[in-house]
Design a protein around this ligand. Structure first.
Ligand code: SF4
Ligand code: SF4
Length: 84
């Protein structure tokens, strides 16, 4: 069964120095370096949200951010107008 994504990757490419640390630590082969030697996403569907990239990047160029509740597939949200 496909897992529900709770987070997405936010890349600050202008902060990336191309050290390759995140690519090496990523267990999912999600990340890569492009022809400008900056971080890029190869396949975000392989991301297991482990946080290693965010943790290991020395330049804070990667962040895992929460998906908006409405944007997370399969998550129930209260119908509009139900709030008191
Ligand atoms: S959160 Fe984990 S699996 Fe996802 S891109 Fe970062 S290191 Fe790879
Ligand atoms: S660890 Fe950070 S600086 Fe190094 S390649 Fe990845 S995003 Fe770029």
């Amino acid at each position: 069964m496909a897992r529900v994504k709770k987070k997405r990757l936010l890349l600050r490419r202008e902060w990336c120095k191309g050290c390759n640390v995140c690519v090496a630590f990523c267990p999912g082969k999600v990340l890569g370096l492009d022809d400008q030697n900056r971080i890029t996403i190869v396949d975000e569907s392989l991301c297991i949200e482990c946080g290693q990239c965010e943790l290991r990047c020395p330049d804070f160029a990667i962040e895992l951010v929460d998906l908006e509740p409405a944007a997370a597939p399969g998550e129930a949200t209260a119908p509009a107008g139900d709030a008191p």
